[in-house]
Design a protein around this ligand. Structure first.
Ligand code: 2RA
Length: 336
């Protein structure tokens, strides 16, 4: 049955990508409503050959929707989404507002699709860097049970929204720092800070991988040490992951498993210089995985249970818009 679908935050980078992915995946839509701030109300965008007007988000405006996709920031999400879910609308929210709420499932279709079942209407989309890392290793986890992860992320400016992308473009074009979105110039620079610092010296972005990973893997003993770095790349996040499993697993076995892992493209042939890179992963939905090898820093005891690898994926698509729509497809039994 065709659905009445809304996008809250429709003119942002993620909201716009949701509209594109809904059309691409032929999501069955009888009506699409686009919601934004007062400022973006009136903007006209194309969908399915028709021009649609963005309207200001109000609780009344959501009346009659079957599905509402959240692509707005936390305070807008908190203002509108719980009430929409209470009215019986299925809500999939990309903000971080409800990700750790025990009443709200946090879902990556390749990792924990079954958690959709206990939703009370609101389902949270994980952080982009979490989606990319856990999609990359989900099949390995099912085989050998992941215990620890050391992660370094190289996060595209798109993670900071349209403004982050505009800042990088402007700095490269003018050669002058912009400093609207980031604390330092991002062109030809790296910034090892995304979010605020806690008293352990970790940023809020760095804590997400452990906190969200524990919830989705249903394992409060899962350990992560993460360093999140903003890099002058437009829209793909890259991540260097070092993994310790409960059971022994070799690089060869891992490659075999990754070859057939859902949502993953194994791209790992060093002799041919085949390894994941943003130039390969942007504007598509697969998480590329390569550089699969032993962790040379593992202790003797853990050596045969440890691997390192490199993964990369489009932050706006699989890292946000596509994952959210895949969750909606599970809820409504679409493309099953
Ligand atoms: C970032 N993951 O990259 C955060 C939010 N998208 O800025």
């Amino acid at each position: 049955k065709a659905l009445k679908v809304g996008i809250l935050g429709a003119t942002g980078a993620v909201g716009e990508q949701m509209r594109i992915v809904l059309a691409e995946r032929k999501f069955p839509i009888s009506e699409l409503r686009l919601f934004g701030s007062a400022r973006s109300a009136g903007t006209e965008v194309e969908f399915d050959g028709k021009m649609l007007k963005v309207v200001e988000a109000t609780p009344e405006a959501f009346e009659g929707l079957d599905l509402l996709l959240g692509a707005a920031d936390n305070d807008v999400a908190k203002k509108f989404l719980p009430d929409a879910a209470k009215k019986g609308i299925v809500v999939v929210d990309n903000s971080s507002a409800f990700r750790l709420d025990p009443e709200v499932p946090l879902v990556i279709p390749e990792v924990n699709p079954e958690d959709v079942k206990w939703s009370k209407g609101l389902i949270a989309n994980p952080n982009c860097a979490t989606i990319i890392a856990l999609t990359a290793v989900a099949a390995l986890h099912r085989k050998a049970r992941l215990r620890r992860m050391v992660a370094s992320t190289y996060q595209a400016v798109s993670g900071a929204g349209r403004g982050g992308m505009e800042d990088l473009e402007e700095e490269v074009k003018t050669g002058r720092p912009v400093l609207r979105t980031f604390p330092y110039p991002i062109a030809y620079n790296l910034i090892p800070q995304i979010g605020g610092f806690n008293d352990l010296g970790y940023t809020s972005e760095e804590m997400k991988l452990q906190n969200e990973g524990r919830k989705m893997l249903h394992d409060d003993t899962f350990l992560v040490s993460c360093t999140c770095v903003r890099v002058p790349i437009m829209r793909s996040h890259s991540e260097a992951l070092t993994l310790e499993f409960e059971k022994e697993i070799s690089p060869e076995e891992a490659r075999e498993i990754l070859q057939n892992a859902p949502g993953v493209k194994l791209w790992d042939d060093p002799a041919e210089k085949h390894y994941p890179m943003p130039m390969l992963t942007s504007d598509q939905d697969l998480v590329y995985v390569g550089r699969v090898r032993r962790d040379l820093a593992a202790t003797k005891e853990a050596y045969n249970r440890s691997l390192s690898l490199f993964c990369c994926a489009d932050q706006i698509r699989k890292g946000a818009a596509t994952n959210a729509i895949q969750i909606a497809e599970i809820v409504f039994g679409i493309n099953a």
